[in-house]
Design a protein around this ligand. Structure first.
Ligand code: SAM
Length: 277
C-alpha cells in the first residue's frame, strides 16, 4: 500500500509527499504534531497538516533565516529565536562566535521533544547542552512584552499566521519587538509565500515600516513550501541588510548562504516590488 501526506495550501492546491513511515503523531495543547519519513524529503515535521521542515532541505531555510540577519549585525551577542521548535535556526545561530547567549522561546514542548527524538541532526543544539542556548517553553508574544533593550537580533521562526502563530504577525507584536531590541538591533521573520500570501505580506510590511527605519524583504527557494519561493522580512534600526555583510567575521561553512547571496537575495522580481509599493 502506498501512503501519501498532503499539505493543503488551500481548497484548490496541495503539496504531496509519499510516506515511508509515520514516526510520531500527537495532539498538543496547541496543534497536531507529526513526524513522517518521506521518500523525497526524508524525515519531515508536520504541524496541523502543514509541512514545516525536512532533513533533506532544511539547510536552506535555517541558513537563510539565521545568517542574513547575523551577518548584517556587526557584532551580534544576544540573540532570541521565537518559535523554531525543530532547533535548526538556533543550531545556525550558535555557530557565530560573537553570539554569547542564544535564547529560544517555543510555545509547544511536544514539538521540541519530538524533534529531539526524530530529527537529531536539526535539533542538535537543543540536545547537546550547548552552553550558549537557553530554551524556554512559553509564548513568544508574552515573552516579547516583557523584554526591553535586550537583544541584538531577534529571529521570528514561526509557523503560519493561524493558531498560536497568529499574534506574531501583528503591529502590536512588532512594537514589542522594537522595544526589545537594542538601539542598533534588527529582527527577521519568515513571511510566507509571495504567491499565496500577498495581502499578509503587504500588511506586515506596512506595519514593520511604520516602526523600523529600514524594512527589507528577501527570498529563498524552499522546496517543501507551496510555491517554492519564500519570503523573509527584516526590520532594522540601523544596519541595511541589503548592502551585504558587515564587520570582518570568518565565513562559516554553509550549503546555501554565502556573502554574494546575502546581497542578491534582496534583488526582487517585479511582481514582488509592485506588491511592496
Ligand atoms: N520553518 C517553519 C515554517 O515556516 O514552516 C517554522 C518552523 S518552527 C517548527 C515554527 C514553530 O513556531 C512551531 O514549533 C510553533 O509551535 C511555534 N510557535 C507558533 N506560535 C508561537 C508563539 N506564539 N510563541 C512561540 N512559538 C510559537
Amino acid at each position: 500500500m502506498q501512503l501519501w501526506c498532503t499539505e493543503n495550501q488551500s481548497d484548490s492546491l496541495g503539496l504531496t509527499a509519499r510516506v515511508k513511515e509515520t514516526l510520531f503523531t500527537g495532539r498538543s495543547e496547541f496543534q497536531d504534531v507529526a513526524i513522517v519519513d518521506t521518500y523525497q524529503f526524508g524525515r519531515m515535521l508536520v504541524l496541523d497538516g502543514v509541512f514545516q521542515t525536512s532533513v533533506v532541505e532544511e539547510f536552506i531555510y535555517h541558513e537563510m533565516i539565521a545568517h542574513v540577519p547575523l551577518y548584517t549585525h556587526p557584532n551580534p551577542q544576544q540573540v532570541l529565536v521565537i518559535g523554531g521548535g525543530d532547533g535548526g535556526t538556533i543550531r545556525e545561530v550558535v555557530r557565530h562566535d560573537s553570539v554569547k547567549v542564544a535564547e529560544m522561546v517555543e510555545i509547544d514542548g511536544m514539538v521540541v521533544d519530538a524533534c529531539k527524538k526524530y530529527l537529531p541532526e536539526t535539533s542538535i543544539a537543543l540536545n547537546e547542552n550547548n552552553p550558549k542556548v537557553r530554551l524556554k517553553i512559553g509564548d513568544g508574544i508574552k515573552h516579547m512584552k516583557e523584554a526591553e533593550n535586550k537583544y541584538d537580533v531577534i529571529i521570528v521562526d514561526c509557523s503560519d499566521p493561524i493558531g498560536p502563530g497568529e499574534g506574531l504577525f501583528t503591529h502590536a507584536f512588532y512594537q514589542d519587538v522594537f522595544k526589545a531590541l537594542k538601539p542598533d538591533g534588527l529582527f527577521v521573520q519568515q513571511t510566507e509565500s509571495p504567491f499565496y500570501h500577498q495581502e499578509l505580506i503587504q500588511r506586515l510590511t506596512k506595519d514593520i515600516a511604520s516602526l523600523f527605519p529600514i524594512t527589507k524583504l528577501y527570498l529563498a527557494s524552499i522546496p517543501i513550501y507551496p510555491g517554492g519561493l519564500h519570503c523573509f522580512t527584516i526590520g532594522s534600526k540601523q544596519y541595511d541588510p541589503s548592502t551585504g555583510e558587515t564587520g570582518k567575521r570568518p565565513q562559516l561553512k554553509t550549503r546555501y548562504y554565502h556573502a554574494d547571496l546575502h546581497k542578491s537575495c534582496f534583488v526582487l522580481p517585479n511582481f514582488i516590488r509592485e506588491l511592496l509599493k
